[in-house]
Ligand binder design. Structure first.
Ligand SMILES: Cc1cc2nc3c(=O)[nH]c(=O)nc-3n(C[C@H](O)[C@H](O)[C@H](O)COP(=O)(O)O)c2cc1C
Length: 191
């Protein structure tokens, strides 16, 4: 996949086949995050890779899916859950006031890296921070920031032209539709 395809084909995926992702690929995704741009080159981000089925089972109820969809369409059905997660942590001992931007850049590297391996992903910020801290025995000197859920895609998601709502939606066949504003709408001015 060339760079342009990668950018346009990346859509959030929330239904996954159950084939495992190799640990080498998951480490590679973290490596893509490791080299993302970081303000002042201060590298406070650290990561937890989750693959063990018994831990995934405990983590799954602590992440919240697709807030824009009706309740019954949000959460992946049994057998379509993510097969891996990458939890993004901030090591607070390594100070950086712009660290939230760093998290964004690192997360995007993971998402784009994933699609390059044919892996779907969902960037998740609506998560139960308190219970996740307990589950993984994460010490106080870490902030838990975001989670990337991963797996080989078991749904399709397409961009469509924005009309009057930002809400993504799911059609009767289970395909996701994601409205995006047009290029003309987002270029404020060209000087
Ligand atoms: C900061 C951030 C937090 C997000 N949190 C969640 C989340 O908690 N649960 C979820 O299902 N999707 C989450 N998403 C995914 C967005 O819903 C998704 O990116 C958006 O609908 C656009 O779809 P696209 O990624 O296919 O372009 C999050 C995305 C971002 C950037």
């Amino acid at each position: 996949m060339n760079f342009e395809e990668l950018i346009y084909k990346r859509r959030t995926i929330r239904r996954f086949k159950q084939d495992p992702i190799s640990i080498d690929i998951l480490k590679k995704l973290v490596d893509f995050a490791r080299v993302a741009p970081m303000a002042r080159n201060v590298q406070a981000l650290e990561f937890i890779i989750v693959v063990k089925p018994e831990i995934r089972e405990k983590l799954f109820p602590l992440v919240n899916w697709a807030g824009s969809l009706p309740q019954e369409q949000r959460t992946p059905e049994l057998g379509r859950e993510p097969t891996a997660y990458i939890i993004i942590l901030i090591n607070k001992d390594i100070k950086n006031v712009y660290v939230d931007y760093d998290v964004g850049a690192a997360a995007e590297n993971i998402l784009l890296g994933a699609i390059n391996f044919g892996i779907g992903s969902c960037w998740m910020g609506n998560i139960n921070f308190r219970k996740i801290r307990t589950l993984f025995e994460i010490p106080d000197y870490y902030d838990i920031k975001q989670i990337i859920s991963l797996g080989y895609p078991d749904e399709e998601s397409v961009m469509e032209m924005f009309k009057d709502s930002f809400k993504y939606w799911r059609d009767d066949e289970g395909h996701m539709h994601v409205p995006k504003r047009s290029l003309e709408q987002v270029i404020f001015k060209i000087y």
